[in-house]
Design a protein around this ligand. Structure first.
Ligand SMILES: *[C@@H]1O[C@H](CO)[C@@H](O)[C@H](O)[C@H]1NC(C)=O
Ligand SMILES: *[C@@H]1O[C@H](CO)[C@@H](O)[C@H](O)[C@H]1NC(C)=O
Length: 270
């Protein structure tokens, strides 16, 4: 009996020690498998190329710069293009864990086991691949809206509602301008804004940095328009698209360190 209970204590101690190390992405993922590019077989060249293109996304990889990974492998028609992106405020180790987790899950039976084109969105990151060149295209579908349903402004007066929607729209347009202008390595911005009833709104917006400024702007404008048209009057919400995404809440949800612009690359200091 004593042996059993000390074993139990030992095992639970191990579990407690291990538990914090297992970082699972939060929330159920949104994922989408497309057979537009066709399917691949289990012994196919495409599958081998897919494994190779995703293999650097293991937990200790250094190949994820600025929270962004893009790589291709193979020859047409079996060439595979892959893009991974983390939420721009996340630390590299959190980013790597999310992409590593996504890489291990996306091409499996729970998600997209045979489709040549696939995408998964977690809160912390997005991973996609295809046999078409996704580096040079802006993809605004599939689009996943998500509302913080519990928080709406239905009890606001008409004046407060109008003011709230103006403040929200200004915040989103401000974020779009700054994310678009972020440069070729990073198209990401965070901001806050005051809203009626002493609320502060916090927003985060990003495009994959391979996009041109025009395509980034187009992707975000479409997402903002869709959101404001269909889901106004929310104190929180988000839209996820393959090429861009945004989120806002009435409480802070990102690392405040992201307010400071990233430090210039070494060598540019005078
Ligand atoms: C709002 O954003 C500014 C940067 O624009 C930052 O300095 C400030 O701390 C933020 N306020 C809150 C309450 O997060
Ligand atoms: C990957 O993205 C970076 C940053 O946008 C870009 O400089 C690089 O050319 C891209 N690589 C490929 C293979 O497209």
């Amino acid at each position: 009996m004593a042996v059993v209970s000390s074993r139990l204590v030992f095992l639970s101690a191990i579990c407690i020690l291990i538990a914090p190390a297992i970082v699972r992405p939060q929330h159920d993922p949104n994922f989408f498998c497309s057979d537009k590019q066709g399917n691949y077989g289990s012994g196919s060249t495409y599958k081998a190329n897919l494994n190779l293109v995703l293999s650097p996304l293991s937990s200790n990889s250094n190949e994820i710069d600025n929270g962004f990974y893009n790589s291709s492998y193979g020859e047409d028609p079996d060439k595979v293009y892959a893009i991974g992106q983390c939420r721009g405020d996340l630390k590299p180790d959190v980013c790597r864990k999310c992409l590593s987790f996504s890489k291990d899950n996306l091409p499996t039976i729970q998600f997209c086991p045979v489709q040549k084109e696939a995408i998964v969105f977690y809160e912390e990151c997005m991973l996609r691949y295809s046999s078409r060149n996704i580096f040079s295209t802006m993809d605004d579908t599939p689009e996943y809206p998500w509302m913080s349903k519990l928080y709406n402004i239905s009890d606001y007066s008409d004046d407060e509602k109008a003011e709230f929607n103006k403040d929200l729209s200004n915040l989103l347009q401000n974020l779009r301008g700054r994310a678009v202008a972020g440069g070729s390595l990073r198209k990401f911005a965070v901001a806050n804004a005051s809203a009626p009833r002493s609320q502060t709104l916090y927003g985060l917006m990003q495009c994959t940095p391979n996009l041109s400024e025009q395509d980034c702007s187009r992707c975000l404008s479409g997402a903002i328009d869709n959101f404001l048209k269909s889901y106004a009057d929310r104190l929180g919400g988000r839209i996820r698209r393959p090429s861009c995404n945004f989120r806002y809440e009435n409480s802070s949800f990102f690392d405040p360190a992201a307010y400071a612009p990233p430090s210039p690359p070494p060598g540019n200091l005078i």
